[in-house]
Design a protein around this ligand. Structure first.
Ligand SMILES: *[C@@H]1O[C@H](CO)[C@@H](O)[C@H](O)[C@H]1NC(C)=O
Ligand SMILES: *[C@@H]1O[C@H](CO)[C@@H](O)[C@H](O)[C@H]1NC(C)=O
Ligand SMILES: *[C@@H]1O[C@H](CO)[C@@H](O)[C@H](O)[C@H]1NC(C)=O
Length: 365
């Protein structure tokens, strides 16, 4: 017979890894600095998304209709989606950007965290552009919800919204509106990685979403398992998990894919064990779109960002003394397209030096 000390030791040894393995599932997640999304907020969102879906299915959800629309209706619009939890520091610069454009070529939508009262006055262009908003927290799925609210509101509001550009209060334009618009809708050469997108009769044949999609990145596994080892299964195996910049420019077709999704959202809304390994908004959109339509995405972003010397998950933030015509030219340089169209991040007091070079440099083309 086995001696009982042996059995005891053996079973203890055996139970250690089991405990280690199960602990994250048994123990409740650590308390977070932010509350979970309430069922009533979730219900509000689902109602909004459903309205956007049924509205769009009557009109332009189908890609062939998109081209029909483009050939019949020359006023395809860009929906500029501002996601902010502070003042829109650079609204005077954006004002100048939009003032050079015919108003029938764009729309503006703002999701502003209701726990912050805007203090800076906004120009008429930005007033009344606020969509129904809810609190947002860093490293939490609330940033995904806010972005989906912006997409759904813009889908609902205007069937001519054809591209949806997500921006924050720290983003600035790097070119004139005309250059930006022509790059997205008309230029056959703008996407330098995709020569097949040649145009005919002055129209692009294939409209892609500009969303960064990376399958290899440091700490990707830790980000994947930050809700628990098997939390994302079976819908999202690790091989399908992607990372990319939160700031994208989506086609209408893809905006609808995002608003329609229920499956991935159910996983991504689960809180993480650690905030510093979470950042759901950097994973949800690239993962969803690369699963739904990888060939419809360029896999790179149009928003320039400087990750050298990153601190605490924040990119490099430019200060007033660094603003110069040379900086703008440097920020435009992209390995993937003819140019970046937007850039981040800048401290609020960069506004003045940026305004000084706006007409002579930024909006000169
Ligand atoms: C915002 O303004 C409202 C009404 O003036 C006030 O009740 C609220 O406390 C303010 N919130 C903050 C965060 O300042
Ligand atoms: C990026 O940030 C680093 C500092 O971390 C700076 O030295 C460098 O010049 C920046 N790059 C650009 C293109 O501005
Ligand atoms: C472009 O690619 C080169 C070579 O891989 C790299 O050194 C450079 O930093 C990249 N530039 C930008 C703006 O991403």
């Amino acid at each position: 017979m086995f001696s009982s000390p042996f059995v005891l030791t053996f079973s203890l040894l055996l139970s250690l890894p089991i405990l280690f393995f199960l602990a994250p599932r048994i123990l409740p997640p650590k308390p977070h600095s932010f509350p979970p999304i309430s069922p009533s907020d979730e219900l509000d969102d689902i109602n909004l998304f459903n309205r956007a879906i049924s509205h769009s299915s009557n009109s332009h959800s189908n890609p062939s209709k998109f081209f029909h629309l483009s050939s019949k209706n020359p006023s395809l619009k860009i929906a500029f989606l501002f996601l902010t939890n502070t003042d829109l520091h650079f609204s005077p610069l954006w004002d100048l950007f939009f003032s050079s454009s015919p108003s029938h070529l764009f729309n503006i939508y703002i999701h502003s965290d209701p726990s912050f009262n805007l203090t800076l006055p906004l120009s008429p262009l930005f007033r009344n552009k606020f969509i129904s908003s809810k609190p947002t927290f860093r490293s939490s799925p609330t940033l995904i919800s806010a972005t989906r609210r912006l997409l759904a509101s813009a889908l609902l509001d205007d069937p001519s919204n054809a591209y949806f550009a997500l921006l924050s209060q720290h983003c600035i334009p790097l070119h004139s509106f005309k250059y930006t618009y022509n790059s997205l809708f008309l230029s056959p050469t703008f996407d330098s990685e995709n020569p097949e997108s040649s145009s005919r009769f002055g129209l692009r044949l294939k409209y892609k979403s500009f969303v960064e999609i990376l399958s290899h990145a440091p700490k990707l596994w830790r980000r994947y398992s930050s809700r628990g080892r098997y939390a994302m299964m079976p819908e999202i195996p690790f091989e399908d998990f992607r990372v990319g910049s939160q700031f994208f420019t989506l086609t209408r077709r893809h905006a609808l894919v995002v608003v329609k999704d229920r499956t991935l959202w159910r996983k991504f809304k689960i809180p993480c064990y650690r905030d510093d390994e979470c950042y759901p908004e950097e994973h949800y959109f690239p993962t969803l779109l690369s699963m739904a339509d990888p060939d419809g995405c360029t896999k790179y972003t149009l928003t320039s960002v400087n990750w050298t010397g990153t601190v605490n998950g924040h990119p490099y933030t430019y200060r007033p003394t660094e603003i110069s015509p040379e900086l703008i030219l440097r920020l435009r340089k992209s390995n993937h397209s003819e140019s970046y169209l937007f850039a981040r991040k800048f401290t609020p007091d960069c506004l003045e030096p940026l305004m000084r070079i706006a007409k002579s440099v930024i909006f000169r083309d």
